[in-house]
Design a protein around this ligand. Structure first.
Ligand code: TMP
Length: 224
């Protein structure tokens, strides 16, 4: 078991992950939880360099190359950022982790899930999320949101893939969530940000307390 606590956020394009991570982070800060935020691809210098290549519309790379790049960035990120923080007992909140590889390169990209598992187990080095929030959204609703948000209008290489690809990403995520119901919390991402945040905080606190972990918010039973 992790000494710390690993929370990951997953979902398709325009699902509102960034907003929810910001809101959860405000809660964690307010109640003095010891936490860090990070992301994939990225999170450490090497991964951030890879992120630029991976998201660049000019990069002409297939799913296998994508997956191996994502995985090498993951090794560096896990070893330099995630594992040390968990060892220190911190909460680590990740904007995407290996479930994204299963969804994007496996279910949607067509790579064999057994190959993904083999390399992911190697790359993640035993790091497994304690809790994963899947913000579930349809292709139409996700891209609708992007179209309305000025900051999200420039589409990257993944966002530019077609509806069929993104539909497969969504179904892949839902299938993974079905296989691991104790780890995944599936959230309807069309609900209001406040409503979603309440659910996220509630689910997090419930599980955190169940593990016997404590904090001033769990002691005071925060009014949600
Ligand atoms: P985002 O962080 O803005 O959501 O963008 C990252 C993109 O990278 C997103 O479209 C999903 C994609 N991705 C993969 O395809 N595989 C992976 O393993 C990870 C971590 C991300």
């Amino acid at each position: 078991m992790n000494k710390g606590y690993l929370i990951t956020f997953e979902g398709g394009e325009g699902c509102g992950k960034s907003t929810q991570i910001k809101l959860l982070s405000q809660f964690l800060k307010e109640y003095n939880f010891d936490y860090i935020l990070s992301r994939e691809p990225g999170g450490a210098t090497f991964g951030e360099a890879l992120r630029k290549i991976l998201l660049d519309n000019k990069s002409d790379i297939d799913a296998k190359t994508e997956f191996l790049l994502m995985s090498s960035g993951r090794v560096d990120h896990v070893e330099k950022v995630v594992k040390p923080a968990l060892e220190r007992g911190q909460i680590v909140v990740l904007d995407r982790f290996y479930d994204s590889s299963y969804a994007y390169q496996g279910y949607a990209g067509g790579l064999d899930l057994k190959d993904i598992k083999y390399i992911t187990d190697f790359a993640a080095g035993g790091c497994k999320p304690d809790l994963t929030f899947l913000l579930d959204i349809s292709y139409e609703d996700g891209f609708d949101r992007k179209a309305r948000d000025e900051n999200l209008r420039n589409l990257d290489r993944f966002e530019n893939k077609d509806k069929e690809f993104h539909d497969k990403v969504r179904l892949g995520y839902l299938e993974m969530a079905k296989k691991e119901p104790e780890r995944f919390v599936v959230i309807d991402a069309t609900k209001s940000p406040e409503e979603i945040n309440k659910k996220i905080v509630k689910e997090f606190l419930k599980r955190y307390v169940q593990l016997g972990k404590k904090n001033e918010s769990t002691e005071k039973s925060v009014d949600l």
